[in-house]
Design a binder for this molecule. Structure first.
Ligand code: ZN
Length: 213
């Protein structure tokens, strides 16, 4: 009898989500003003999660940059999800819309931006090519929960890369045109790839079908 009561209790707990098995992930819906102008897509095409760092000071500044209209179709550049240093998650662009986050890789990818200073504010100064900030535990934990949730939702996602892996272009530095610097360095050397990959079971590769000659 005692066993039965214990079992019933466990079933009750887990079905209510008290044990965390069914907890919906806490994501604040905070769509960008132009989100309806971003092209729609089928989520069945999603195949990769791209990890970014904002290279800005905080979420407020990330929002300002995300809202800026940069293109003729009245949209701008942003990720889908933003994770603050304390693990707070906001969604700027719905999964079924194409966000402008990684040149050439937007159509089938979901992008996650980690709030992190990166090279801020001297992104392209040749003496400042170091990512300045590590990623707090709460931020990485939230990222792992989010990515596992996205994997559950979209079984076609099997790959992950950093922005720096997909955009390897170099550009002249601000201070000396003869010195080239990386256009993108995010998420950079402080991002704990080993831990992340072990926790989400994604391959750190580019989807083979999408590799361009
Ligand atoms: Zn990026």
């Amino acid at each position: 009898m005692k066993k039965l009561i214990t079992l019933t209790f466990i079933v009750m707990l887990s079905s209510c989500g008290w044990l965390g098995f069914d907890d919906p992930i806490d994501v604040t819906d905070n769509k960008l003003p132009y989100w309806l102008k971003l092209n729609a897509r089928s989520t069945s095409e999603l195949n990769m999660v791209v990890i970014h760092a904002t290279e800005l000071t905080d979420m407020v500044e990330a929002r300002e940059y995300g809202e800026r209209v940069l293109y003729d179709n009245e949209t701008g550049a942003s990720g889908h999800y933003y994770i603050d240093r304390d693990g707070t998650i906001e969604q700027y662009v719905p999964d079924n819309r194409i966000a402008n986050h990684t040149s050439g890789w937007n159509s089938k990818t979901l992008s996650i931006e980690l709030v992190n200073r990166g090279r801020y504010p001297n992104w392209y100064h040749s003496d400042h090519q170091v990512m300045q900030e590590s990623y707090p535990e709460a931020q990485i934990e939230a990222l792992i929960i989010l990515v596992n949730e996205l994997k559950n939702r979209y079984s076609s996602i099997n790959y992950t890369q950093g922005h720096e892996d997909l955009d390897i272009r170099k550009i002249p530095s601000d201070n000396d045109q003869t010195i080239l610097v990386d256009r993108k360095m995010d998420p950079g050397e402080h991002f704990p790839w080993q831990r992340f990959l072990a926790a989400v079971n994604l391959k750190k590769e580019t989807p083979p079908e999408d590799i361009k000659e």
